[in-house]
Design a protein around this ligand. Structure first.
Ligand SMILES: NC(=O)c1ccc[n+]([C@@H]2O[C@H](COP(=O)([O-])OP(=O)(O)OC[C@H]3O[C@@H](n4cnc5c(N)ncnc54)[C@H](O)[C@@H]3O)[C@@H](O)[C@H]2O)c1
Length: 383
């Protein structure tokens, strides 16, 4: 097991390892501790509960701290005001106090939702992240951002609320569907592209000779299930990708918790990706899939802006092209760029883009011309 300290205003540890979910009760309530038996609540969803809830409940029972459980339907609609108030009422009925702990057991949706509930319940109670999706392990469970959606837009209501600790049990990824695996891997690729060339190289090597890998040629050619098979087939690789990603995110968050500067580089590919998700009604793409497409557009924009050398553009695109994601079809490039403006309530020229200077090096650039942004969308659509 590896432990990484996140140096936020309220520091916390992220533990990464295989089969470590069951250690959570002992982490929170070490033997011999005289922590009062405040009620605690595990929040999870209908896909995760049948696999991992019972074992965790047994662990809390054995530690002398029986847990309440709230199981919600899986999916993004959970991040709504209605579900939030339903959870808050359940917490109140179960007698949770300010000293209670909410355990978010699931993907990024459960983490954002339960974490936000914990941040507002009695003006803030404790919470713990037990992420079970790759995206949540490498990204959303670290950094303290929690929130829910409004009909008017995603993540419009939120707060910064650091968890007491994060427990990434990589064995839980064994039940994750292939598309979800690709979606999480996109964020790992992002870390490589923006800040860690050697991580990017590790990824290239990992997928070079896989069926449909880099050396085989042709876009979107990983066979269905191929990413899942490759990552689950090499536990050491998967664990190290999670650990390296967490280390990088914790470094960035440690330097800029409130996203006033450096943390913005984590938005690489996301400005395009969010616009794509919105334009397709959040139905066609999973978050990481949209980010994957968005990163191709950001690579094209970096190349056309002259910051990214042609050889690095080729290399980044050759890797990003491996993965099977829903096609862009005849997406309207101008509409997509206007959508970015609406998202940020700015014109494209005023949006700050994260551009690459090379593999492993990013910068934040303002004043990018709107036509260049449209062209980068077109370049990916028409390729
Ligand atoms: N707070 C942040 O910093 C941050 C960062 C990135 C993304 N996010 C948010 O994260 C959310 C996306 O997270 P996600 O991709 O994990 O989505 P998700 O939580 O919907 O999980 C994806 C799917 O996988 C299922 N699942 C999760 N773990 C599983 C497992 N071990 N076995 C089988 N199925 C499993 C879930 O039930 C769900 O159907 C979005 O709402 C996004 O806004 C937040």
């Amino acid at each position: 097991m590896e432990t990484i300290r996140v140096r936020a205003a309220k520091p916390y540890d992220v533990r990464i390892g295989r089969g470590i979910l069951g250690t959570l009760p002992d982490i929170l309530f070490p033997a011999g501790s005289d922590a009062p038996a405040e009620p605690l609540m595990i929040v999870t969803d209908g896909n995760v509960a049948p696999r991992y809830l019972e074992g965790l409940e047994r662990g809390f029972d054995a530690a002398g701290h029986p847990a309440h459980a709230a199981v919600f339907s899986a999916g993004e609609p959970l991040k709504s005001g209605r579900a939030l108030f339903a959870l808050l009422s359940r917490m109140a009925r179960a007698g949770l106090s300010r000293d209670s702990i909410v355990v978010a057991l699931g993907g990024g949706v459960v983490g954002d939702f339960a974490g936000f509930a914990a941040s507002v319940y009695m003006r803030g109670c404790g919470f713990v992240q037990a992420p079970t999706s790759l995206l949540a392990q490498v990204d959303s469970s670290v950094g303290g951002k929690v929130g829910v959606n409004l009909r008017e837009g995603k993540n419009l209501v939120g707060s910064f609320h650091s968890p007491l600790c994060v427990v990434c049990d990589t064995a839980t990824l064994g039940s994750l569907p292939d598309r979800e695996m690709v979606s999480g891997l996109a964020e790992v690729v992002k870390y490589g592209l923006i800040r860690d060339a050697s991580l990017f190289e590790t990824l290239e090597n990992a997928f070079r000779d896989a069926p449909g890998g880099i050396s085989r040629g042709g876009a979107g050619r990983m066979p269905p299930g191929g990413v899942r098979e490759r990552l689950l087939g090499d536990g050491a690789l998967l664990d190290s990708l999670v650990a390296r990603s967490v280390r990088m995110k914790s470094e960035i968050v440690g330097e800029d918790e409130r996203e006033t500067g450096l943390r913005m580089i984590l938005n690489f590919g996301h400005t395009f990706g969010h616009a794509l998700e919105q334009l397709t009604g959040y139905r066609r793409y999973l978050h990481g899939e949209a980010v994957l497409v968005g990163m191709k557009m950001a690579v094209e924009l970096s190349a056309s802006a002259g910051t990214l050398p042609p050889a690095d553009r080729e290399r980044a695109l050759a890797f990003l092209d491996l993965f099977r994601v829903p096609p862009l079809g005849r997406i309207d490039c101008d509409a997509m760029v206007s959508q970015m403006g609406r998202d940020k309530k700015k014109k494209a020229g005023e949006i700050r883009f994260v551009l690459l200077r090379g593999i492993g090096e990013a910068e934040i650039v303002a004043g990018v011309g709107e036509s260049a942004v449209v062209e980068s969308v077109r370049a990916v659509r028409d390729r």
